[in-house]
Design a protein around this ligand. Structure first.
Ligand code: 5AD
Ligand code: SF4
Length: 423
């Protein structure tokens, strides 16, 4: 979602005539897009702002703005820490960036633009302003109606707002007409798409309509919430030719105690049942997940249950995180916060285990033929190309650059944790 927001802001500025600078010292305008999901991301952004303060002192004419979730969550703190900022723009106000930039020159104190949006539909981006000409992010909803106990996102991005399906389809059609082969539908919880638009189509319905868009070969989506994934979405994954055999389905923890305290709304057993139904219908599917270790009160037994779940589920990949207390969320107030060394040690064990499983999953593909969308040259191996399988695995193989943009079949002869292919 953040990458898509950055792309959107980049596009909005280019529409105004701004061009990318060759080096940060030469820029007239600098935006720091921020994330508040974990404390680490926020402290990196603050560090970056400290560096930019020096540049701003040297060249006070530079326009310097902070955007994204930290702009929303830490507005007052930012004003205090970085009074030299020209503006602070919350994630729901992104469409107002061009106006804000125009108003900066006439003001002395930072402009503040946070809180709920004026127009709930994200601006659409002219194709020539997108960063990639083969694959596109396509936001289908904003915000989230869940209250996972650790998560700051709903309080910053607001409740679920689904975009009009007609607009989404039109955008997908125009992408396809202009040579795009792949779209990734984005939302905090795509499976909830349409719940705020009674009488209109739901997520499975949207997938059906997008599957009918001529020329669009690949449809992906993220993120799915296990409690909302319907059998119709599973059928869409199985039956619609353009919907890729890849599913990102965050489990977050492998212990029912922890899941209940996280307020996730499912048990480990239910999760395993869902993925076994999915694999029965779509044997080749790749399933990836998100896992948080060191949630408050997580015992050694709870953590062992997560390791056991990871073994049993056999994920193709996992994004793994140390729990990070977010002020204002219920989990931050819970007793038995886990010490940093314990969280770190658990994360290391989990990553080691998942890397081994990912490698095994990839090795199991040796001898198979994979359909690959060729995205570019492999910068590390002259004469080789890079692409992705339908299951979203990075693939490399020898080939001429004229294949870039095409879908080809590759016989897999080698596999590591990070890459499969023929080399
Ligand atoms: N601490 C650690 N990880 C978090 N995530 C969300 N909030 C937190 C937090 N407070 C993770 C979840 C989510 C992913 C985007 O970030 O795993 O799925
Ligand atoms: Fe956060 Fe849960 Fe919503 Fe995902 S589903 S954005 S983890 S509250």
């Amino acid at each position: 979602m953040n990458k898509s927001d950055s792309e959107m802001m980049n596009g909005l500025l280019r529409q105004k005539g701004y061009l990318p600078a060759a080096a940060i010292e030469e820029a007239d305008l600098i935006l720091v897009n921020t994330c508040s999901v974990r404390a680490h991301a926020e402290s990196r952004a603050l560090g970056r702002l400290g560096e930019l303060a020096r540049l701003k002192r040297k060249r006070p004419d530079i326009i310097l703005g902070v955007c994204g979730c930290m702009a929303e969550r830490q507005r007052d703190h930012l004003l205090q820490k970085a009074p030299y900022l020209d503006f602070i723009l919350g994630p729901r106000r992104l469409a107002e960036l061009p106006e804000i930039v125009d108003s900066v020159n006439s003001r002395n104190s930072p402009l503040l633009c946070t809180g709920p949006e004026r127009d709930p539909s994200p601006p659409s981006l002219h194709l020539s302003l997108r960063e990639n000409n083969l694959k596109a992010w396509l936001p289908i909803s904003l915000g989230c109606n869940n209250f996972c106990a650790y998560c700051i996102v709903p309080s910053l991005r607001g409740p679920l707002k689904s975009r009009d399906s007609g607009e989404i389809i039109k955008e997908a059609e125009s992408l396809a007409e202009n040579g795009y082969r792949e779209v990734t539908l984005l939302g905090q919880n795509v499976n909830a798409y349409g719940q705020d638009r009674p009488g209109e189509i739901d997520f499975a319905g949207l997938l059906e309509q997008l599957n009918a868009v001529a020329g669009l070969s690949r449809i992906r989506f993220a993120t799915s919430h296990p409690k909302d994934i319907s059998s119709r979405v599973i059928d869409a994954l199985a039956d619609l030719p353009s919907v890729c055999e890849a599913l990102h389905l965050p489990i977050q923890a492998g212990s029912n105690n922890v899941l209940a305290r996280m307020k996730r709304g499912y048990t480990v057993e239910r999760y395993l049942e869902i993925i076994s139904q999915i694999r029965e219908k779509i044997p080749k599917i790749a399933i990836s997940t998100d896992i948080i270790v060191g949630f408050p009160g997580e015992t050694e037994d709870d953590f062992e249950a997560t390791l056991a779940l990871v073994e049993e589920a056999g994920f193709d990949g996992a994004f793994t995180f140390k729990y990070s207390p977010r002020p204002g969320t219920p989990a931050a107030e819970m007793p038995d916060q886990i010490p940093e060394e314990v969280r770190k040690a658990r994360l290391d064990r989990l990553i080691k285990l998942q890397n081994r499983i990912t490698q095994q999953k990839n090795e199991a593909l040796i001898g198979s033929e994979q359909e690959v969308l060729v995205e570019g040259k492999n910068p590390k191996r002259p004469g080789f190309l890079l692409g992705r399988t339908r299951t979203d695995k990075t693939t490399t193989f020898a080939g001429h650059e004229s294949l870039i943009g095409q879908i080809v079949n590759v016989n897999i002869t080698k596999a590591t944790t990070w890459c499969i292919g023929d080399w």
